[in-house]
Design a protein around this ligand. Structure first.
Ligand code: F6P
Length: 324
């Protein structure tokens, strides 16, 4: 392998730049060339490439977003699109690809490998932490810290006004952000898709909390929650059943994807970038690099896509006990 291309795809996450930097510098360390691809798979199709050297990634370890930009390419889902991408890579003499993103990114990469036998390694970059084979995806830790910081602020006003707040957080179909940030921010209840609390138990819990002397409360709700009502309908439902509550809703949205990456995410991204390039140099393909028991390891891309990153039942128990 003499030349590796790197791209970021799907929803961006804090720490993607640190991962790009790591891939670029590891290539330089092993004296191989590195090509940056702009706008994910769309940039492969349009040959939107840039040669990248170790000095080109100075001063980005601390930056949120991705200097390579990101996209969700519809054209790459077509055979013609992938054919164009392959032609461009061959023309630019690229031997292997590092893709940074979530399961959509890995699905595209795996398909590309199956069709063209093109070596590929995935690095998990998403705030959702919904990838099997790694305890942490790049950006997740930063998103947790962002959410906790914001809920701390919401708590101030909730408590001044004796209000109940529903705070909706991201995570797509997974409840990792909600559960961990909820515990970290001291939420009264945490609603996640993996465990449907049910409307009755939610009301019961809020009633209990009121009776126990709490005058304000924070309920964290994952955007993919399956309670059957969206966060605004939930507010109306609780107000209708518990008029004593003054309820407000705060949907945190895309701010959860921004900001400077935490130290944890920077270190994780640096480790995974090194492992990605070294794995390609060892002739490996179709793997995702990840972290398990604080050790960097490899998981077949197919498993990473199909497997489920489970919710830790101990955390559910802790959250229950903490709302006493
Ligand atoms: O996968 C990251 C994520 O931020 C999810 O948490 C969220 O559901 C989705 O992306 C939002 O996507 P978009 O940026 O396209 O609105």
């Amino acid at each position: 392998i003499k030349k590796i291309a790197v791209l970021t795809s799907g929803g961006d996450s804090p720490g993607m730049n640190a991962a790009i930097r790591s891939v670029v510098r590891t290539c330089a360390y092993y004296k191989i060339e590195c090509l940056g691809v702009y706008r994910g798979y769309q940039g492969l199709i349009e040959a939107d490439f840039k040669e990248m050297g170790p000095r080109g990634v100075n001063n980005i370890i601390n930056k949120g977003g991705t200097i390579l930009k990101s996209a969700r390419s519809l054209e790459f889902k077509t055979t013609e699109g992938r054919q164009k991408a392959h032609t461009n890579l061959v023309q630019s003499e690229v031997d292997a690809l590092v893709v940074i993103g979530g399961d959509g990114t890995f699905t595209g990469g795996l398909l590309f490998n199956t069709e063209f036998n093109f070596p590929i390694i995935g690095i998990p970059g998403t705030i959702d932490n919904d990838i099997f084979g790694t305890s942490h995806t790049i950006g997740y830790d930063t998103a947790l810290n962002t959410v906790v910081e914001v809920i701390d602020k919401i708590r101030d006003t909730a408590s001044s006004h004796n209000r109940l707040f529903f705070v909706e957080v991201m995570g797509r179909d997974a409840g990792h952000i909600a559960l961990n940030a909820g515990i970290g921010a001291g939420a009264e209840e945490i609603l996640i898709p993996e465990e449907n609390l049910g409307l009755d138990r939610l009301l019961e819990s809020l009633q209990k909390s009121k009776a126990s002397g709490k005058s304000s409360s924070i309920v964290v709700i994952a955007e993919g929650d399956k309670i059957g009502k969206n966060v605004f309908e939930l507010k109306d439902y609780v107000e209708a059943n518990m008029p004593e509550y003054d309820v407000r809703v705060s949907v945190l949205g895309h701010m959860q994807r921004g900001g400077a990456p935490s130290c944890f995410d920077r270190v994780l991204a640096s480790r995974l970038g090194v492992k990605a390039v070294e794995s390609l140099l060892e002739g490996k393909t179709n793997y995702m690099v990840g972290l398990q028991n604080d050790k960097v390891n490899l998981t077949p891309l197919e498993q990473a896509i199909k497997g489920k990153s489970e919710i830790d039942s101990e955390l559910l128990r802790v959250s229950d006990i903490m709302s006493t």
